[in-house]
Design a protein around this ligand. Structure first.
Ligand SMILES: Nc1ncnc2c1ncn2[C@@H]1O[C@H](COP(=O)(O)OP(=O)(O)O)[C@@H](O)[C@H]1O
Ligand SMILES: [Mg+2]
Length: 199
């Protein structure tokens, strides 16, 4: 049973957590710019990473009535989707991109995570069926504090994509955004040094 008092306390706890997260992100972004990002590198399986992150966002997706699916080529593909990366940092990137995808989806919408292996690189794409990105937003998405006018949630800090870019570039990778046809956005990143033979 949850009393009105309990509900208020839960709401306060949630708001406190998100304030702490925001401060943490802000500190990380400035530290990364000032000192560079120190990565703790280890072999990372992108399939496991995507499964982990998806599991942590199940409640958010359910509340928004958004379906999240994970797709990759074939069952034994799992063994080829290895990259050398920092699990904690890559988890943050995937979490940011997925939350954005969920937040920009209509009710009943679908967010797809697609994993690919392409010329020695591990590629992760997050596809949604939201309103997509306007041409004037596109060049600024990965800038510090940038928030587009299309942002349906009045919340957020405009730091998620900036931090994600810092992390992917520290890995020697690239991150990008494009529109989908007929609608929706695709956010992707590409990490070098994939393949089982690397380790
Ligand atoms: N999936 C998406 N579809 C459309 N626009 C997006 C999507 N993800 C991000 N954006 C745009 O990029 C901006 C920056 O994103 P982000 O750095 O994560 O900041 P925040 O989520 O705090 O607004 C958002 O304000 C929004 O305008
Ligand atoms: Mg965001």
């Amino acid at each position: 049973m949850s009393s009105p008092q309990q509900k208020v306390l839960e709401m306060m706890a949630r708001s406190h957590r998100s304030t702490l997260e925001l401060v943490q992100t802000l500190l990380d972004v400035y530290r990364n710019d000032a000192e560079g990002l120190q990565l703790q590198l280890a072999p990372i399986n992108l399939v496991s990473l995507a499964e982990e992150v998806t599991a942590t966002l199940i409640d958010l997706a359910a509340t928004r009535r958004v379906y999240v699916s994970l797709n990759y080529d074939s069952s034994d593909f799992r063994s080829f989707l290895w990259v050398k990366g920092d699990a904690l940092q890559l988890r943050r990137v995937l979490t940011n991109l997925l939350i954005n995808g969920i937040n920009h989806s209509p009710r009943g919408g679908k967010v797809e995570i697609v994993l690919e292996f392409d010329s020695g690189c591990g590629v992760v794409k997050i596809l949604d069926r939201g309103q997509g990105i306007t041409s004037d937003e596109l060049p600024h998405l990965f800038d510090r504090f940038y928030q587009g006018h299309s942002n349906r949630q009045a919340t957020g800090s405009g730091l998620g994509l900036y931090l994600s870019r810092q992390i992917i570039e520290a890995h020697g990778g690239t991150i990008w955004a494009e529109n989908r046809s007929p609608l929706g956005a695709l956010f992707g990143f590409r990490l070098p040094g994939s393949g089982v033979g690397e380790f």
